[in-house]
Design a protein around this ligand. Structure first.
Ligand code: DQA
Length: 143
């Protein structure tokens, strides 16, 4: 099973960025943990991060027909990134939405997501464990 994990704007700053909300692990550390977890589940995982919506769209189009699932934390683009929504729809990529923080316990503008309704499901509020929870679910589909 091939899985692409995408992180959107400002997530390259994890560890330094508002650690009381997002935790103190860097994205590199988180990705290494995901990689290890994925290996145990027999998954082939690719990682991508960008601060630019267009680059994320390019990446989603690039993997068209090449990966089985997408796990995405679109960062702030979650709330208004219609281009990302359209890219997921265009490629028909089966997607899980992940957020480190519990978006529903924060500002109201974070309660809205333009991708939730086209995703398999959404994990929010469990910190970096959320990515592994998504993988855990995907690995259950193999059995
Ligand atoms: C986030 C939540 C978003 O509202 C925010 O803009 C982010 C991170 C999260 O992982 O909790 O950049 O997606």
């Amino acid at each position: 099973m091939k899985v692409l994990v995408i992180n959107g704007p400002n997530l390259n700053f994890l560890g330094r960025r508002e650690p009381e909300i997002y935790g103190d692990k860097s994205l590199e550390t988180i990705n290494n943990e995901i990689k290890l977890f994925g290996k145990k589940c027999g998954m082939d995982i690719e990682f991508f991060q960008s601060n630019h919506e267009g680059f994320i769209i390019d990446k989603i189009q690039e993997v068209y027909g090449k990966v089985d699932y997408l796990i995405i934390n679109p960062g702030a683009l979650t709330h208004y990134g219609i281009g990302i929504r359209d890219a997921i729809l265009s490629t028909n990529l089966k997607t899980i939405e992940v957020h480190l923080s519990n978006v529903y316990s924060r500002e109201e503008f974070r309660h809205k997501s333009v991708v939730s309704d086209i995703c398999i499901g959404k994990i929010t509020g469990f910190g970096s464990e959320g990515y592994k929870m998504a993988l855990q679910y995907l690995s259950s589909l193999k059995k």
